[in-house]
Design a protein around this ligand. Structure first.
Ligand SMILES: Nc1ncnc2c1ncn2[C@@H]1O[C@H](COP(=O)(O)OP(=O)(O)OP(=O)(O)O)[C@@H](O)[C@H]1O
Ligand SMILES: [Mg+2]
Length: 278
């Protein structure tokens, strides 16, 4: 019998296993992970490099790399199990339900299209027949929504004319024009300088509140979790080794690996303080 969806859960991942087969060698990338995100929650997914954070995001969006497959478990988004859905059905979920912000904003933007054109393409992909005037209004509205002071100028710009922080704001605006209710942010501020990092995270947190978004915030930085997330799952080697409210986990980490992550974040914080004092 099908399990009825829990109405307040945006995401329910249960017993998820993912393997990637390369030249007949099978790598078990996710080894049975379970976690869930409530509607309107910001959930942190932390873990060291290679632990499987991005693969979790890719599985959730149905975008596993070549050779990758879900071999067990379920992924319910707003109550609907997406494992095994075809491309067409996944496209109905990607965009209007789940929006994804990747680490490098440059790769998310088409280098040869002005910002307005790329955003218009996204609007028309989801709401065919939207008039030119409406598209323009929505482009400007969404650029302003992510804190861009002069949306008309940025709308005319090409990606290479934007700073890293501005490019990431444009990516977020472009994701938001599809009106998703669930945002996955995979290390959205890596590579940006500390001040811009803070601004982008503040922007995401503020959008989450204003639009009641559910957010999966992927990071290796526990200070981001401490500041912005409600709950956290800690990944290590394809498994979730610990999860719960961020306070409980940060104050009383049960797993040696989480303790090391907390230690590393403290050292990073001290380094940053020293750097800004210099
Ligand atoms: N195309 C691929 N083929 C085979 N293995 C892969 C492929 N892509 C990633 N992997 C492996 O999957 C595992 C999980 O990778 P993943 O990218 O999810 O890690 P991550 O936690 O996001 O790390 P990071 O913090 O560096 O982004 C790693 O061991 C990685 O080597
Ligand atoms: Mg990653």
């Amino acid at each position: 019998m099908a399990v009825p969806p829990t109405p307040d859960r945006m995401l329910e991942v249960a017993g998820l296993e993912v393997t990637i087969s390369n030249r007949k060698v099978e790598h078990r990338i996710l080894r049975g992970i379970s976690f869930s995100i409530a509607t309107g929650e910001m959930h942190g997914l932390v873990g060291e490099t290679g632990s499987g954070k991005s693969m979790t995001a890719r599985a959730i969006t149905g975008l596993l790399p070549h050779g990758g497959a879900v071999t067990a478990g379920s992924i319910r988004i707003a109550g609907r199990d997406i494992v095994g859905l075809g491309d067409r059905e996944l496209r109905e979920i990607r965009g209007p339900v789940v929006g994804m912000i990747f680490q490098n904003p440059r790769t998310a933007l088409h280098p040869l299209l002005a910002v307005e054109k790329q955003m218009t393409n996204v609007i028309r992909a989801h709401r065919r027949g939207t008039s030119g005037k409406e598209c323009r209004e929505q482009v400007l509205e969404h650029l302003a929504m992510v804190g861009i002071a002069d949306p008309a100028r940025v709308a005319r710009a090409y990606p290479h004319e934007l700073s890293g922080g501005m490019a990431q704001r444009v990516v977020i605006a472009t994701v938001l024009v599809s009106r998703p209710t669930f945002l996955i942010a995979d290390e959205p501020t890596t590579g940006l300088d500390a001040t811009v990092q803070r601004q982008i995270l503040e922007e995401i947190a503020s959008l989450q509140q204003r639009l009641n978004l559910s957010v999966l915030m992927i990071t290796h930085d526990l200070s981001i979790v401490a500041q912005y997330c409600d709950n956290v799952s800690v990944m290590h080697d394809g498994l979730i080794v610990e999860q719960g409210g961020k306070r409980e986990i940060m104050l009383a980490p049960g797993h040696a690996y989480t303790q090391r992550l907390i230690q590393a974040s403290r050292l990073e914080g001290i380094r940053e303080e020293k750097g800004s004092a210099a």
